[in-house]
Design a protein around this ligand. Structure first.
Ligand code: A3P
Length: 329
């Protein structure tokens, strides 16, 4: 199998003077791979993503028609990208000729700070077809004002933190022995229980979008990976309604909801040649975004007492929010 490399955290000297100065004054911790994480606006991140987030915050101009897909990494972003793109563009592309068959979801729906603003402080996003569908892992409170103040739509997908952790851990393990040396799963788990991980603390991230979805349900839709696994058709319909393109009775009769669910399913996407081969612009192999796609895989890696510990942390952090996660299928 082809070896893959990802970008190492950018040395502080390579960033602009202003950002360098900012980074030097931010709290810092070591990441799972020994590189530095910086806490910017309450969220831990690698230096280059702090830099890209700031460019995103300063330069992004939202349009009312924009659809912003948001998530904590390894929570089902790829799935959400496939679904949103297909639902919104279903009258433009017949499902049997969907661009999803020939183009990976992350190329159809690019990341803002992890891709576009990482490469260019002010990328030209005007040529994207309307509605623009774009993605970010930035916490709700750190989204650019132009997103927060416009009528664009935000969809967030959340996943139970135990499966999210294992998914991220396995994802990064693929880089072991190359340009990355990871701490043990036990040490990494200890770090996440203290809130230290890329884009963490995870509970802050989830709560930010959860509260926004409660306060502005017409602007922010909150989805859960586990609910989508349980009933994808219901979630596809909800997503279409929220995005202002509900399925017609005719479409429902013709089975369009089922077809979209199948097209975007893990089993289908994983086996497409385009997702089995090649790399994303950020250097990640396309196949690394499709691993198991199940609920409860954490059981294969974490002890019951580790799970209990995270449960306790979540109980405390999410208390009073009305939010909880299924951790078994
Ligand atoms: P696992 O590592 O548990 O298998 P993200 O897309 O946010 O990077 O999240 C990746 C996780 O979503 C991985 O989880 C991946 O297998 C899973 N995934 C990718 N596509 C999926 C799909 N169509 N349906 C369900 N899960 C999917």
């Amino acid at each position: 199998m082809e070896k893959q490399k990802i970008e190492a955290a950018a040395p502080v000297e390579e960033l602009s003077n202003e950002i360098q100065e900012l980074l030097l004054n931010l709290p810092t911790e070591k990441n799972w791979d020994g590189t530095s994480l910086y806490q910017y606006q309450g969220c831990w991140n690698r230096s280059q993503y702090v830099f890209a987030t700031i460019s995103f915050q300063r330069h992004f101009q939202a349009k009312e028609s924009d659809i912003i897909l948001t998530s904590f990494p390894k929570s089902g972003t790829t799935w959400l990208k496939a679904l949103a793109f297909t639902i919104v563009n279903r009258s433009r592309y017949p499902l049997e000729n969907s661009p999803l068959i020939t183009t990976p979801p992350h190329q159809l729906v690019p990341f803002l700070e992890v891709d576009l603003y990482l490469k260019n402080q002010s990328p030209n996003l005007e040529d994207f077809p309307n509605p623009r569908i774009l993605a970010t892992h930035v916490p709700y409170a750190s989204l650019p004002n132009s997103i927060l103040n416009s009528d664009c739509h935000i969809v967030y997908v959340a996943r139970n933190p135990l499966d999210q952790f294992i998914s991220h851990w396995k994802f990064l393990s693929g880089f072991q022995d190359q340009n990355m040396n990871l701490v043990s799963v036990v040490e990494a788990f200890e770090m996440i229980c203290n809130g230290v991980q890329s884009y963490g603390p995870i509970w802050e991230h989830i709560l930010g979008y959860w509260k926004a979805s409660q306060e502005q349900p017409e602007k922010v839709l909150f989805l859960k990976y586990e609910d989508m696994k349980e009933d994808i058709k219901l979630n596809v319909k909800n997503l279409a309604n929220f995005l202002g393109c509900p399925f017609t009775e005719d479409e429902e009769r013709q089975g369009v909801v089922e077809e979209i669910s199948k097209l975007c399913s893990f089993d289908n996407l994983k086996t497409l040649e385009v997702n089995k081969n090649g790399k994303h612009r950020t250097g990640f192999r396309n196949d690394t975004f499709f691993r198991k796609g199940t609920v409860g895989d954490w059981r294969n890696y974490l002890t019951p007492s580790m799970a209990e510990r995270m449960e306790k942390v979540l109980e405390e952090k999410l208390s009073g929010s009305g939010l909880s996660f299924k951790k078994e299928s």
